[in-house]
Design a protein around this ligand. Structure first.
Ligand SMILES: C[S@@+](CC[C@H](N)C(=O)[O-])C[C@H]1O[C@@H](n2cnc3c(N)ncnc32)[C@H](O)[C@@H]1O
Length: 467
């Protein structure tokens, strides 16, 4: 998975807001008690004026900083109408990799990603404490103990999500962070006053801060103070927009708000796996959830070699192992199938094609598939097999796989320690809830795929019986 935290929105135009179909969720109804407690008033008195002085321009006249169950948040301080620009943050008050001191920047090659470079900017500012020009912003960033990205989960906590591909993605991200940390330490070793200040723990913390709150811009990943106090609602149509002509980022309201409403935006169309890894939270029902299914051609299949060759010839992804042998282990991404009757949108055509090749049991069948591909658009097994029983058999392979995974997911969900157990601390209870929402979402995807596949096979069986 990409390490990039959020969708890049380098847009030069505004959304056609008056025509939007608006979605209201319970999330976006979250309200702030209108009697602002002292801490909130102080946040507003200190922070926004500081940012506006630095920006030399007004950032927002419609929003106040406050706290919600999602941590720091922005609330409507006046009536907001759909289409209003609710905040504007000039590029020169955003933190990006080019805020690194020149001599350090020169040492960090392109092998080191933008997220890692920006993490170093954050660490250096953190170390300056009150002397940092960014102190009012840096001091408001969440502490390590408040962050729940799966990269911070203990081995036991990670076992809860063993079933999901997020488990491996988390390990891959941890390895990437470690690798980047050592590359940076090596690159800046000539500057002990800097290299000694960058500990692995600080780097992980800063890396997770950047992953969970920086937007991709033309300057690389950028932290956009104030805009990054906005929390996420997957149903919102409001996103952060970058205007490269005016050199600023802005947010346009997608709906009306009354004073006291929490204002939410959409970080991107992210599954609970991505939200867990990059942002450290999940949502209860996420329409973007997906499952990665691994398939390979069994070694005992007598036609294995021929199947691999034909898959390779027709550009279906194959891998070469370290010894140069071709193997087929690929991951297919299934999304929720919304309707059992239609085309099965959500189950990739490449997966169904793979199942058709997998179930072939004679060289003749494989040759027929290859000839058909050459005579059409070159893609292999994209059409239903002419032999109905064989087409059913191919899809039954997929049903067997989704059923097996469904059972495994159900067992994993059942084995989660109950969140309300007195033995469970606050952090574990929250992470357990995340694991629950992640696994439930992926289970829902599997069940929807299985229902569609079963319906497809039943329809084919009925057709077959009338022939
Ligand atoms: C860009 S920051 C938003 C401001 C943040 N709440 C803060 O305290 O600074 C993103 C972080 O906010 C929290 N967050 C945002 N949307 C959320 C949601 N819908 N549910 C739970 N936590 C959310 C997560 O901790 C996430 O990593």
């Amino acid at each position: 998975m990409l390490v990039v935290a959020r969708v890049t929105n380098v847009w030069r135009f505004r959304l056609p807001l008056p025509h939007l179909k608006l979605h209201f969720s319970s999330l976006s109804q979250a309200k702030l008690s209108f009697q602002l407690p002292y801490t909130l008033e102080k946040e507003n008195h200190d922070f926004l004026p500081w940012l506006e002085r630095k920006a030399g321009a007004q950032v927002s006249s419609l929003l106040s900083i406050g706290k919600s169950s999602y941590g720091r948040a922005l609330f409507a301080s006046k009536t907001i109408r759909a289409g209003d620009c609710i905040l504007r943050v000039p590029y020169h008050v955003q933190l990006a990799p080019d805020n690194l001191p020149l001599e350090i920047r020169a040492l960090l090659t392109n092998e080191i990603g933008h997220v890692a470079k920006l993490a170093i900017v954050v660490i250096l500012e953190m170390k300056l404490g009150e002397d940092s020009d960014w102190a009012p912003y840096i001091s408001r960033l969440p502490q390590l103990k408040e962050m729940h990205s799966t990269i911070f989960w203990s081995e036991n906590e990670l076992k809860m999500i063993r079933q999901s591909s997020l488990y491996q993605e988390t390990i891959n991200k941890q390895s990437l962070i470690e690798k980047e940390f050592f590359s940076i330490r090596q690159a800046v070793e000539r500057f002990p006053e800097i290299s000694e200040r960058i500990t692995y723990k600080d780097f992980m913390h800063a890396y997770a801060l950047v992953s969970s709150r920086a937007w991709g811009t033309t300057r690389g990943e950028s932290l956009i103070p104030f805009a990054d106090f906005l929390n996420h609602d997957g149903n919102s149509r409001a996103v952060v927009l970058n205007d490269d002509d005016k050199l600023l980022s802005e947010v346009i309201a997608d709906r009306d708000y009354i004073p006291g409403d929490q204002v939410l935006i959409r970080y991107g169309n992210f599954s609970n796996a991505t939200l867990s890894l990059d942002f450290g939270f999940t949502v209860p029902f996420n329409i973007h959830d997906e499952v990665h299914i691994q398939f390979n051609i069994p070694h005992h299949d007598p036609l294995r070699r021929m199947k691999l060759e034909i898959l390779q010839r027709h550009h279906v992804a194959t891998n070469k192992d370290v010894l140069g042998f071709i193997s087929f282990t690929d991951s297919f991404t299934i999304k929720e199938v919304r309707s059992t009757s239609e085309k099965g949108k959500g189950i990739p055509q490449s997966l169904r094609a793979f199942a058709r090749v997998l179930c072939a049991n004679s060289p003749q069948e494989l040759n027929d598939l290859a000839i058909e591909a050459e005579q059409t658009d070159g893609r292999l097994a994209r059409h239903p097999l002419r032999n109905i029983s064989r087409e059913i058999e191919a899809h039954q392979i997929l049903i067997a796989k989704t059923n097996q995974l469904t059972e495994e997911y159900e067992a994993s969900i059942k084995s989660l320690v109950p969140g309300n157990s007195p033995l469970v601390g606050e952090t574990l209870a929250l992470r357990r809830q995340m694991a629950h929402e992640l696994l439930n979402g992926e289970l829902r995807v599997l069940k929807s795929a299985s229902a569609w596949l079963k319906n497809y096979c039943t329809t084919l069986t009925t057709i077959g019986s009338h022939l």
